[in-house]
Design a protein around this ligand. Structure first.
Ligand SMILES: [Zn+2]
Length: 478
């Protein structure tokens, strides 16, 4: 059980040295190393995951990662471990944190009118990371103006995630003056545009989408009168900037790149999330009735989930049958894991567990990487008192997604069912640790210890506890 050690190595506080401030050594060498960048990012990520801002929908996050990695593969640093995630925030914003963590607001996902537009934003953010703009910014802070990395990290986090609260959050004048300098400079913006555009082209997207999206943002700002989208505060958009991109793009052909079905389905989910179930039923029924706007498969997907939410199981099953038939007849929609996941949920609601278990056995074979499907299957297996299969299913997933707290929660339930108390509390501890709740994690490890186990198990728990204590000590310093 070495999972937690990996966790703590990666997210060990960058503020850990000596008096609570990082040991920057000689001022002239004050450059962030890639490992420090990763640590600041990990630390910020723990805080975001613990907050309500984090959109804990594995289908949306998996989609963002698939799209993001299509671009990362063509970047200067294809080996860098990126993590893309969505935020439950309907304002328009996207931001990159040091170490390759890229956040995208629900509002931005809905504002993008094509997958290429969304990809253009990701490409820009990826380029901020691969060009190490954060490290270079800090490097630029010479002599007197060089302040502690802790202050800088906090300022960055506050400014990137929510520019509106940043001023309240950053109290000292010193930090405030730094925050101004932290807004990406024009040079960095232009560089991220230029490199991002290359990424977009190499990855087969429509490059014209980049200026188009920025123009849309600029226009929406005019309407909002001073209420600029957050994105524009952290990545200032000027007419010069758009003209510059436009100029590059003019030499490139206008590529018609069809949107993936998952792009449409993710947007459908976000639209539905803003409505009550009856509102969503009306909305998607009307959209389907209009027949000349939007993607009918995505609209029916929205209708089926809304009916399910409204507990209209029979109608949901009827519409699902139509949806699956339509999907089979379409090249892009055939064998779509999001549609299969929804189908499983409708079947579960029908309460024929034997048939539903058989459905999931096939579905997880077809889509072994689709976490939403795995969660549902594991939950159903546990309801049907089958912890052994569940433990096996989850072990494989945890290797692939070691920071997924839902997987640990399910694992803890399975162990509890088997009467393996030590393993149960240890799994629960990992879940809490990844949520950033270190005290609760330690409590669970103490319970695991009390339950007793083999010498090997107990010493693994001792070493987990030791590392949590060190992490807490580091965090406790001012
Ligand atoms: Zn930018």
């Amino acid at each position: 059980m070495k999972k937690l050690q990996l966790v703590l190595l990666l997210c060990f506080s960058p503020f850990a040295a000596g008096d609570g401030l990082p040991d920057l050594g000689d001022v002239s060498q004050a450059v962030l190393t890639p490992l420090q960048e990763r640590q600041i990012g990990q630390q910020s990520m723990l805080e975001i995951r613990a907050s309500k801002q984090f959109l804990a929908d594995p289908e949306i996050n998996d989609y963002l990662n698939q799209l993001g990695y299509r671009l990362v593969e063509n970047s200067a640093e294809p080996g860098l471990g990126f993590e893309f995630f969505a935020l439950n925030d309907y304002s328009i914003n996207a931001f990159a944190m040091p170490g390759g963590f890229v956040g995208v607001n629900a509002g931005l996902l809905l504002t993008a009118q094509s997958e290429s537009e969304l990809a253009s934003v990701l490409a820009h953010e990826i380029s901020h990371v691969t060009q190490h703009h954060l490290a270079r910014m800090i490097e630029g802070q010479q002599g007197d103006s060089l302040i502690s990395m802790a202050t800088i990290a906090i300022a960055i986090l506050a400014a990137r995630t929510n520019p509106q609260v940043s001023e309240a959050a950053i109290v000292s004048t010193q930090a405030r003056s730094i925050q101004k300098q932290l807004n990406f400079t024009r040079t960095y913006e232009e560089e991220a545009d230029r490199i991002g555009l290359q990424l977009l082209q190499k990855s087969g997207f429509n490059t014209h989408a980049m200026p188009e999206f920025l123009e849309r943002l600029q226009n929406s700002t005019r309407l909002l009168e001073g209420n600029a989208p957050n994105y524009m505060r952290t990545h200032p958009i000027t007419s010069d900037r758009i003209a510059e991109i436009d100029n590059r793009v003019q030499k490139q052909p206008y590529r018609l790149v069809p949107d993936s079905l998952n792009f449409q389905l993710v947007r459908t989910k976000l639209i539905a999330a803003q409505k009550t179930a009856p509102e969503a039923i009306t909305y998607f029924s009307e959209a389907l009735g209009a027949q000349n706007f939007g993607n009918p498969i995505a609209q029916r997907y929205g209708l089926v989930s809304a009916l399910l939410r409204n507990n209209e199981i029979e109608r949901a099953a009827q519409e699902l049958a139509i949806l699956r038939k339509q999907a089979q007849g379409s090249q892009v929609a055939r064998n779509n894991p999001m549609i299969e996941t929804l189908a499983g949920q409708v079947k579960r609601a029908g309460k024929n567990d034997v048939a539903t278990l058989a459905f999931y056995r096939t579905a997880v074979q077809n889509f072994p990487q689709h976490r939403a499907l795995i969660y549902d299957y594991a939950d159903l297996l546990l309801q049907n008192n089958q912890p052994e299969i569940t433990v096996k299913l989850l072990a494989e997933q945890i290797t692939r997604h070691p920071s997924d707290t839902t997987l640990y929660d399910l694992q803890a339930r399975a162990y509890a069912m088997q009467g393996k108390t030590l393993e149960q509390h240890q799994a629960q501890a990992y879940s809490y640790a990844w949520q950033g709740n270190l005290y609760a994690a330690m409590e669970q490890l103490e319970l695991a210890k009390q339950a007793g186990g083999s010498f090997y198990q107990l010493s693994s728990i001792e070493s987990d506890l030791r590392e949590l204590r060190e992490l807490l000590d580091a965090r406790g310093k001012p």
